[in-house]
Design a protein around this ligand. Structure first.
Ligand code: OSB
Ligand code: MG
Length: 377
C-alpha cells in the first residue's frame, strides 16, 4: 500500500553531517573485501520543531556500489544539502523530487530523506513503522555471515549465530569459496533456512558451478552477477532451480520493474539506501507484492539509526522472508543509540516511539566522530 497519510512539513534550519568510524566486533569479509571498522555518515536535520536523524550507508570504498563515503560527503555538502536548504520548508515526501535532478548518489539522498522524515514524524509524535505501513510489531531476524578462514571456521561461526537464535543464515560466497563452504554448512545444519550472497563475483561462465548449489536446498542465491547484468541474471535464473534474488541491481523502482519483467529475479532484497530512500523502498515493496514476488530487508551494517528504520520497513506485509536485520551486537560492541536492537526469540522489535523510535547516545556519537560539518540556511 502506498503511504496512507503524508507527514507534516518541517522548516529546515540546517544539516549536521558527521563521518563516524565505528569498530566492528569482528572483521566482515565479502567477495569484494574485508572491513574492520564501519565508516559511515550520520545526518542530523535541524528544524524549528526539533532534530531528525538519518544514516548514509556508503562504505569507505566503492566496491559494493559506485558510492563511497567521501563521494557521498562531497555530493551531499556541495549539491544535495544546499538544494534542500534552498527550499526551506518541505515535507519528507518532497525530498526525493527536489534531489531528483542530481543523477545517482542514492545512498546520500536516502540518508538525507530519512533525517527529514524522522524530524517530521517526531514532531507529529508518529512512529516510522506506522507511517510506512508496518503490520507487525517484531520482525524475524536473519544474519549475514562473512567469508571465514575455511569451511570449518564458517560452520563454527554459523553455530554461534544459531545458538543466539537467528532464524535464517546467509553466507557470503566467492569463486573458490562456494560449493565446499555451502556444503559444510548444509551438512552440519540440515534444516536451517540458508541462502548465499555472491556480491557480483561471478559471470555466466560460472554457470555450472552455480548450478552445483542447487543441491543444498537454498532459499535463494543473491546477486551472483554484476549490477547491470540483468539479462544474464535472467539467463542464469532459467538454468538454476535455486531462486535468483537481486541486491546490487535493484537501484530503483524502475530497475525492479525491469528485472521482474525480464525474469531476472524471483526474490528481491530491498535496501533503502541503495534505492534512494525508504519511500522508494515502499514503492518497490508494493510492486513486488502486487507481482507475488517475495521481498526481504537487506542491511548495510547500519548503526542503531538505520537499523531502527530497517526494522520498521521489514514489518511491511510483503516482507515474507527474514531480513538481514540483526541485533546491533552482531556488528558492534557499542552503538550510537541508547537502546540498540536486541535479539528476542529470533526477532527484532519494531520501535514504537515517534520517528525512528530510538534516542541518540551523544557521547558515543562524539567518540566515533572523525569529521563534522554544519550547513545552515
Ligand atoms: O550484499 O547484502 C550485502 C553488507 C555490506 C554491503 C553489502 C551487503 C552486506 C551484508 C550485511 O550482507 C548485511 C547486514 O547489514 O547485516
Ligand atoms: Mg547482498
Amino acid at each position: 500500500m502506498p503511504i496512507a497519510r503524508p507527514a507534516a512539513s518541517v522548516a529546515l534550519e540546517g544539516f549536521e553531517l558527521r563521518v563516524l568510524n565505528v569498530p566492528l566486533v569482528a572483521p566482515f569479509t565479502t567477495s569484494f573485501g574485508t572491513e574492520t571498522v564501519r565508516e559511515v555518515i550520520i545526518v542530523r536535520a535541524l528544524t524549528t520543531d526539533g532534530d531528525g536523524w538519518g544514516e548514509i550507508v556508503t562504505q569507505a570504498s566503492p566496491l559494493y556500489s559506485s558510492e563511497y563515503t567521501q563521494g557521498a560527503w562531497d555530493v551531499a555538502t556541495r549539491f544535495l544539502v544546499p538544494a534542500l536548504l534552498g527550499r526551506g520548508t518541505l515535507a519528507p515526501e518532497d525530498v526525493a523530487p527536489i534531489l531528483e535532478p542530481f543523477v545517482g548518489h542514492r545512498m546520500a539522498k536516502a540518508g538525507l530523506e530519512l533525517a527529514v522524515l524522522d524530524a517530521a514524524l517526531r514532531a507529529e509524535g508518529r512512529p516510522l513503522g506506522e507511517y510506512l505501513g508496518a503490520v507487525r510489531d517484531r520482525v524475524p531476524s536473519g544474519v549475514s555471515v562473512g567469508i571465514q578462514r575455511d569451511p570449518a571456521a564458517l560452520v563454527e561461526s554459523v553455530r554461534g549465530y544459531l545458538d543466539e537464535g537467528y532464524v535464517r543464515i546467509k553466507i557470503k560466497i566467492k569463486p573458490g569459496r562456494d560449493v565446499a563452504d555451502t556444503a559444510a554448512v548444509r551438512a552440519e545444519f540440515g534444516a536451517t533456512p540458508l541462502q548465499v550472497d555472491a556480491n557480483s563475483a561471478y559471470t555466466l561462465a560460472d554457470i555450472e558451478t552455480l548450478a552445483e548449489l542447487d543441491r543444498f536446498d537454498l532459499l535463494l542465491i543473491e546477486q551472483p552477477l554484476q549490477e547491470d547484468d540483468i539479462v544474464d541474471h535472467a539467463t542464469l535464473a532459467r538454468h538454476l532451480t535455486t531462486p535468483v534474488c537481486l541486491d546490487e541491481s535493484i537501484v530503483s523502482l524502475k530497475a525492479a520493474t525491469d528485472a521482474l519483467a525480464l525474469g531476472a529475479a524471483s526474490v528481491v532484497n530491498i535496501k533503502a539506501g541503495r534505492v534512494g530512500g525508504y519511500l522508494e523502498a515502499v514503492r518497490i515493496h508494493d510492486l513486488c507484492r502486487d507481482a507475488s514476488v517475495p521481498v526481504w530487508c537487506g542491511g548495510m551494517l547500519e548503526t542503531g539509526i538505520g537499523r531502527a528504520a530497517n526494522a520498521a520497513l521489514a514489518a511491511l506485509p510483503g516482507f515474507t522472508l527474514p531480513g538481514d536485520v540483526s541485533a546491533s551486537s552482531r556488528f558492534y560492541h557499542r552503538d550510537i543509540v541508547t537502546e540498540p536492537a536486541v535479539l528476542e526469540d529470533g526477532h527484532v522489535r519494531v520501535p514504537t516511539g515517534p520517528g525512528l523510535g530510538v534516542e541518540i547516545d551523544p557521547l558515543a556519537l562524539d567518540d566515533f566522530t572523525v569529521a563534522r560539518e554544519i550547513l545552515r540556511r
